[in-house]
Design a protein around this ligand. Sequence first.
Ligand SMILES: [Zn+2]
Length: 83
Amino acid sequence: MRCEQCQRPIQGPPVRTATRVLCQDCGDAFTGFAAGVLAGGTVGDGIATSGWFRALRRRRDDGRRDGDQPDRGPGDRGDHGGR
Ligand SMILES: [Zn+2]
C-alpha cells in the first residue's frame, strides 16, 4: 500500500482520511492542515498550522524519551542554593 500524498510505501498503520489513504507523516500534516483551514479559513494558515502540528508531535516524542517530567533539580522551590 502506498501513501497517496507522497507515493511512498506506508510503514505501520495507514492514516485514512475521507478520500485518501496516507502515511503517518502525511496523515499528521493533513490533520494539521484541516484544523488550520477550519480555524483560519485560508490555505496559508492551514500550511502554517500543519508545520506547527508536526513540530508539536516531534516535541512530544522527545519529551517521552526524558520521562514526561520537566527537568528540575531535587527540592527546587524557586530559590537559589536554598538559603
Ligand atoms: Zn505520505
